[in-house]
Write a protein that binds this ligand. Structure first.
Ligand SMILES: Cc1cc2nc3c(=O)[nH]c(=O)nc-3n(C[C@H](O)[C@H](O)[C@H](O)COP(=O)(O)OP(=O)(O)OC[C@H]3O[C@@H](n4cnc5c(N)ncnc54)[C@H](O)[C@@H]3O)c2cc1C
Length: 497
């Protein structure tokens, strides 16, 4: 029987369980469906499709090199499957499990129902350390993750009996109705780019990782920059993990003087690979956290404001806080910023502007080329202090500028209105004798808003209801590592500060 391999966010031939299973059982039709309704959502953007399109194109080339052809279709997945059924009669459908947003969750359900209604067997394969089911327990999660990632990497099947079926063009972002979003320097996508990014991180760029990751200046080169490739699935998590273990062994064999900072860099990186799935597991277990806080006691804490002025200034990098604006403009131009600055941007929106994380989170989601709903929404509400189980962390928008951009080069580059300033005048231009005319005054008093935010959030956290709910949230979502401390004062998992 024909097997249709539905490629989603697993755009590779290596370590691809559905493809390996399909190739072993008969003819194979590889399928990618571009879904216009998905690309019309509030959390999707031009840059995300521009990147993914390169990854699809790369997969197409890899299949051509092996004598086949990727079937690209534009439309609704169930409509495409119905057309395939009209043409081929019955078939089997295989795919990887996906932990996406509510839209992809509903679409997967629709596909499952369509398959059941039409007697089409549909098998989904696990690719990440994420387990399905609302009653999933966090106990021993990390051990299960290690065991899954230690399994052998599947090679590209030697021979595949490829089947083809028509083909649509890969639409441009404009053809999907996506307006250009200010991206200037898109990370290259596709398998070759992903492999080179992994290699250069493990062998050239990654040594200063642990310290350098905190600043956008040093983090740009020293962070792995693999997040986008994980989103597209150009490399599997297992491939990245095992390449890192191998590098770790090679480093161990080096002379002490040659090892430098590599051991700590590799350890720290492996920890973050766990975090990837740890955070995505939260959305898999409780899909509602895309729009609701993990702890319901925080519902309505930050009402939707009547005006969009603050959100607009934030999104445009026009808040009057130079380092915040520099990070936002850098993110707009490149589609990436380091973890600490993402946390600062979310902290600023949530505590100083008192905006609901759902609103600021949507702005950031569109700007992240590596938008990954499971990580994004868990992190957004965690940085906004609404999980109930993580320590409240309010970043000073001014201190972060001094700490993470001590020479001011980053701030001057991305906020050229301030290019003639330095030191305190650069990071706090409102203290200049004559403040720059072409740069806004701060949109809020950051000291007063921080104090007010602390009062509100701690008052709520101290209530009996909040404490009781925190215990439930921890049971469902809390990391059992690294110190096994039971929540409330648990250090933010996922924070490097
Ligand atoms: C508000 C907020 C929103 C975020 N949204 C996203 C998102 O949409 N997509 C996304 O991939 N990451 C997100 N992150 C996590 C993190 O900032 C990025 O994964 C990281 O900056 C990507 O760069 P990198 O690949 O060079 O990371 P590296 O530091 O090299 O880390 C390697 C990989 O580990 C994972 N990882 C690293 N840090 C974290 C973390 N704190 N939590 C979970 N996984 C982590 C990622 O998969 C990353 O690619 C968010 C963080 C915050 C604070």
């Amino acid at each position: 029987m024909l097997t249709v391999v539905w490629c989603k966010r697993d755009l590779r031939l290596h370590d691809h369980s559905p493809l390996s299973a399909a190739a072993a059982s008969g003819p194979v039709l590889p399928l990618y469906v571009v879904e216009p309704d998905y690309w019309a959502l509030d959390d999707t953007s031009y840059r995300q499709w521009a990147f993914l399109r390169q990854a699809v194109d790369s997969l197409r080339t890899q299949i051509v090199e092996r004598g086949g052809r990727l079937c690209v279709k534009v439309g609704d997945v169930t409509d495409v499957l119905a057309r395939l059924r009209d043409h081929f009669g019955s078939f089997r459908l295989v795919a990887h499990q996906e932990t996406g947003n509510a839209w992809t969750f509903a679409r997967d359900n629709a596909v499952r129902h369509w398959c059941a209604d039409h007697a089409i067997p549909f098998d989904e394969y696990q690719q990440y350390g994420i387990w399905r089911g609302r009653d999933f327990t966090r106990d021993r999660w990390s051990k299960k993750w290690d065991a899954l990632m230690a399994q052998p990497i599947l090679p590209v099947p030697d021979t595949v009996d490829w089947v083809t079926y028509g083909n649509d063009d890969l639409p441009t972002p404009e053809a999907l109705g996506l307006a250009h979003d200010g991206i200037q320097d898109l990370q290259p996508g596709g398998r070759a780019a992903a492999e080179e990014t992994l290699r250069s991180f493990l062998y050239d760029r990654g040594e200063p990782y642990q310290k350098a990751m905190s600043s956008p200046v040093s983090g740009e080169a020293a962070c792995s920059r693999l997040s986008v490739h994980l989103v597209a699935g150009s490399l599997s998590m297992r491939e990245i993990y095992q390449a890192t273990l191998q590098r770790q062994e090679e480093v161990r064999d080096l002379q002490k003087a040659e090892r430098g900072l590599w051991p700590s860099a590799m350890r720290s990186f492996i920890g973050r690979l766990h975090w990837h799935c740890h955070f995505m597991q939260k959305l898999e277990t409780e899909p509602e956290i895309e729009w609701l806080p993990m702890a319901q006691v925080y519902v309505g804490l930050r009402p939707i404001p009547n005006s969009t002025d603050l959100l607009d200034a934030y999104a445009a990098g026009q808040t009057g806080f130079p380092f915040v604006d520099a990070c936002m403009r850098y993110l707009t131009a490149t589609g990436w910023v380091n973890f600490r600055m993402r946390a600062m941007l979310m902290s600023f929106a949530s505590y100083n502007l008192w905006l609901p994380w759902q609103q600021s989170g949507a702005v950031l989601a569109r700007l992240f080329t590596d938008y990954e709903p499971g990580i994004h929404w868990s992190q957004s509400q965690m940085q906004a202090g609404e999980t109930g189980i993580n320590a409240v962390r309010i970043y000073s928008p001014v201190k972060q500028g001094y700490d993470q951009d001590p020479t001011g080069e980053f701030t001057r580059r991305w906020v050229p209105e301030l290019a003639h300033l330095d030191g305190k005048e650069l990071q706090e231009p409102w203290t200049c004798e004559i403040p720059p005319a072409d740069y806004p005054a701060p949109i809020v008093d950051y000291r007063a808003t921080t104090a007010e935010a602390k009062k509100k959030i701690y008052a709520l956290r101290r209530t009996a209801a909040a404490r009781a709910e925190a215990a439930e949230v921890f049971e469902k979502h809390g990391s059992r590592k690294p110190h096994g401390v039971r929540m409330r004062t648990v250090k933010q998992d996922g924070a490097d500060a």
